[in-house]
Write a protein that binds this ligand. Structure first.
Ligand code: DX5
Ligand code: ZN
Length: 221
């Protein structure tokens, strides 16, 4: 049997006034991870939430925390996010001058090491580090905001990344972030994706929990 394909709701699209109840919904749902988007207003043109909010959220979460850092110089905060309880810590390749060192630091702090690629960044940027990466997050929108349209060129990138991972006998997971819905989920999995982040698709649904359940069922059928 193939490995389970994962659904990671992005809490960026949750109701920030009722975070505990949205977290509880995800806890009770078929979701696999919490995807937490940290934005600094410099690497991306938006500011989301930071340590204090994640600390408060982590008191309620009962599933792994997949933390996506959209910040410059992320090395400064690796230990901080480990202490907050991050299970996967993803940095952007465009923000890391010494990516190999950043990956080693994330793993030394006890977390899985993730690397995100902006839509314009080629998969080949990871050709010498892929064996050291636990997860590659392919941005399928320009990072900074939820609710944007999926970039169709992502499918080809997933196929290229899958080929790179297989050629290196690596076990790196492929995560897709941005504009994921039931309309592109199957095609993404068929191209080789393992983890789908979904923000507005889940939280703008009339029934977020059943939307998570049907997305999970769709990609595991
Ligand atoms: C975008 C964030 C995404 C975002 C996805 O910069 O990294 O995780 O929350 O939201 P949707 O699914 O609405 O595109
Ligand atoms: Zn994200």
């Amino acid at each position: 049997m193939r490995d389970k394909k994962l659904v990671a709701p992005s809490m960026l699209a949750a109701d920030f006034g009722n975070l505990a109840s949205d977290i509880d919904m995800v806890n009770q749902s078929d979701a696999d991870w919490f995807h937490l988007d940290v934005m600094d207003g410099v690497f991306v043109p938006n500011i989301s939430f930071g340590m204090a909010v994640i600390k408060a959220m982590a008191k309620h979460t009962s599933k792994p925390l997949d933390v996506h850092l959209m910040i410059v110089d992320p090395d400064r905060y690796i230990q901080t996010f480990a202490d907050l309880g991050a299970d996967v810590l993803t940095v952007h390749v465009e923000a890391c001058t010494h990516l190999h060192r950043s990956l080693q630091s994330i793993k030394a702090a006890g977390m899985k090491a993730g690397v995100a690629l902006n839509p314009h960044t080629p998969v080949s940027d990871l050709s010498h580090t892929i064996a050291d990466i636990d997860l590659v997050c392919l941005m399928s929108v320009n990072p900074g905001f939820g609710g944007q349209s999926f970039i169709e060129a992502t499918y080809q990138k997933v196929r290229e990344l899958r080929a790179l991972i297989d050629a290196n006998d690596a076990s790196t997971l492929i995560e897709i972030d941005g504009g994921v819905t039931d309309q592109n989920a199957t095609q993404l999995i068929d191209a080789g994706a393992d983890v789908l982040v979904a923000g507005s698709y889940v939280f703008s649904a009339a029934d977020p929990s059943s939307t998570i359940a049907s997305l999970s069922a769709q990609i595991n059928s």
